[in-house]
Write a protein that binds this ligand. Structure first.
Ligand code: SF4
Ligand code: SF4
Length: 471
């Protein structure tokens, strides 16, 4: 069989060799102002991620996704399952905010804030470089270290992953409960222990094996880039006009000066040193134009600026730019995408604040009891319906409620078991008895509005249809 038939004409993926095997990347570290900025942002984000579970706001965790208790605490506010609308608005707003940031600043999330990039480049990669003997410069080691020293990075990865997995769990159970569990046997709380074990293993597989493949192949956000960006979005790009035609720096023969007009070809500013490629954590060549694999990490900017600096040429041959600017067209901020996303975000923010501000300290739902739709309540022939009143106290104080039928003094409402009283944050199901004179029913139905009131100004009105005999 002719082997050349199986050979692709070019690299189809930056991390795939022509024979289909994985090309493992060991990117060189390029120092410069962008790396310094990214380091500050990354370590700040790692600190914030680690610190958030410890932070309290108004006596409650700043952020807690308490799945067993079915509540989500955010900045002191408790979202309950019946706050789906508020949560949906929050989620949609978060998505729109990412869309807006992408339309304006390109893949700023990928390069600067995504946990995959932040942990890979500023935690796991430095650990790897430490054991490979390439700390502070990256790339392949000049002198190979014994395999056992290189392999020591894995126990350190494991400790880092285990710590991060526990931090992750703290977002769901809170630090206090987590601290208790840490001091107990895993057999006393097997499910959280298994979750931590699973997340630790997942992180090990991700940061030891998948690495940049997550950004290139797995991340849906990376795949959406082509539809989220527009020609004015900020991207890391190579200045083609200035850099081409690229070529190595010509060395002058002894005693002669360069360029030798008429014999040396014209050169752009790119000296084809390849440093922008070997520093790229996804292994691409930015000179080939905008590519899906580019996570806008800015390493190629620093690499190229260092080269330009050595050659005493102007910096920013690779720089933050946008397609319109590269084509010599003016930049416009008033573009459809930012305007639409910004308007929608503002509207959602207004709706969210309004809903939050008008929320009552309690939630109430009425559902009909199963079984007979109605019974006779007494010898006068009044009709009784049974229902469940499910009430949640959202506040931090005990609540005593009243229930009555609006504008129908003849209708009697009774809570069967006890007063309508709830402790702070308590959710209770009360059995409600509603009794109405038979004469009030029309075609076997009586439409009521039941008011559940805390006081004269704070009440919730819920429609309820009583069922009775057809006369
Ligand atoms: S680092 Fe700059 S000069 Fe070197 S190859 Fe890349 S673009 Fe050209
Ligand atoms: S092309 Fe440049 S900005 Fe894009 S991922 Fe590679 S090094 Fe980072």
């Amino acid at each position: 069989m002719n082997d050349t038939l199986l050979q692709p004409e070019e690299h189809v993926l930056s991390t795939l060799e022509r024979d289909g095997s994985r090309r493992w990347l060991k990117p060189r570290l390029s120092r410069g102002q962008w790396l310094t900025r990214r380091r500050i942002v990354a370590y700040l984000l790692i600190f914030i991620f680690t610190a958030i579970p410890f932070v309290k706001f108004g006596g409650k965790p700043l952020l807690l996704l308490d799945i067993p208790a079915r509540q989500f605490i955010f900045v002191g506010y408790i979202f309950l399952p019946n706050d789906m609308l508020l949560l949906a608005i929050l989620l949609v707003s978060a998505l729109l905010a990412i869309f807006l940031a992408t339309a304006l600043f390109g893949r700023v999330w990928c390069g600067w804030a995504c946990p995959q990039t932040v942990y890979m480049e500023f935690l796991y990669r430095p650990i790897e470089r430490l054991f490979d003997g390439t700390l502070g410069r990256g790339g392949a080691a000049k002198t190979k270290r014994p395999a056992w020293i290189v392999a020591l990075k894995y126990p350190v990865y494991l400790v880092a992953s285990f710590y991060l997995a526990n931090t992750f769990l703290a977002y769901f159970v809170g630090v206090d409960r987590l601290w208790q569990w840490v001091h107990q046997s895993p057999w006393q709380h097997p499910v959280p222990f298994l979750i931590v074990a699973f997340v630790t293993i997942a992180m090990m597989v991700d940061f030891c094996y998948f690495r940049e493949q997550v950004c290139i192949l797995m991340c849906p956000y990376g795949r959406f880039q082509s539809v989220l960006l527009d020609p004015s979005s900020l991207i890391v790009s190579y200045d083609q006009q200035r850099g081409e035609p690229r070529g190595k720096v010509l060395k002058a023969p002894a005693g002669e000066a360069l360029p030798i007009v008429g014999t040396a070809p014209p050169r752009g500013d790119c000296v084809d040193c390849g440093l922008c490629v070997v520093t790229c954590p996804t292994g691409i060549d930015i000179r080939n134009g905008l590519q899906m694999e580019c996570i806008n990490c800015t390493q190629c900017i620093d690499a190229c600026n260092a080269v330009m600096d050595k050659l005493s040429r102007a910096p920013n041959l690779i720089r933050y730019s946008n397609q319109r600017r590269d084509q010599g067209q003016p930049l416009s901020l008033l573009r459809p995408r930012p305007v639409i996303y910004g308007t929608l975000l503002t509207l959602l923010a207004v709706v969210f604040v309004f809903l939050l501000a008008t929320k009552l300290p309690f939630d109430a739902v009425i559902v009909r009891e199963s079984g007979a739709p109605f019974t006779l309540a007494d010898s006068e022939g009044r009709i009784r319906n049974l229902a469940q009143l499910i009430v949640t106290n959202r506040s931090e104080r005990p609540l005593s409620l009243q229930v009555e039928a609006v504008d129908n003094p003849e209708v009697i409402t009774r809570v069967r078991e006890r007063d309508l009283r709830l402790e702070p944050q308590e959710k209770c199901t009360f059995h409600l008895e509603i009794v109405a004179p038979r004469a009030m029913f029309r075609d076997g139905n009586l439409d009521l509005v039941l008011r559940i009131a805390l006081d004269e100004r704070t009440s919730r009105e819920i429609p309820f249809r009583m069922i009775g005999p057809r006369l």
